[in-house]
Ligand binder design. Sequence first.
Ligand SMILES: [Zn+2]
Ligand SMILES: [Zn+2]
Length: 227
Amino acid sequence: MSGKYFEQNLVVGPFQCNCRLLICPRTGEALLVDPGDDAERILQMLDHAKTATNKPVRVRYLLQTHGHLDHVGAARPVKHALKANAPQIALHRADEPLYLALKQQGALFGMEYEEPFPIDHYLEDGEDLRVGDLRFSVIHTPGHSPGSVCFRLHEDSKLGIAESLFSGDTLFQGSVGRTDLWGADGDQMFRSIRERILTLDDDTRVCPGHGPETRIGIEKRSNPFLQ
Ligand SMILES: [Zn+2]
Ligand SMILES: [Zn+2]
């Protein structure tokens, strides 16, 4: 591996959630954003990454943007499979009730889940997370759900990292999150987007929980929900 960081996206499950793997090239430390479904395929992605990076990959966190089933559904089987070096399941406390109700969420869609593992790490607004040389900060963006967060990955030109935002179901290319689900609040979501997301640099790459990537500046100018 060339000293550049490794990133791969895998679209998982019937709701087509983007599950992303990021790896520090120096240490092999890694994280997964939103392991929502298809645990077997996520584990295959990790195996392929080990070959690609020539390094043992150690997943330190399963970072959950929020507690909806399509984002957290594979957290338990992935953590279980990695048990020798188990990652920490990380979620904002305000979405813990949703997360713990995974079985009930599934029942609404005829999907079966095992009881979720407990949350290991409660994400806090403004918290900085380090995974090897990768630097993240947590931005609490309530609205789509009470505990929705975005993860900001800080630019690092040496590692080939562009400033990026993993925006979960709060901001999409050309759209915004639903606000008709349990605990949602539309006014709060738009406030989160305007005050906490659109204030980032226009060049920031946005990686939503579903669908294609975009940029802050593009959404500011052309997202029909934000005009
Ligand atoms: Zn959601
Ligand atoms: Zn979703």
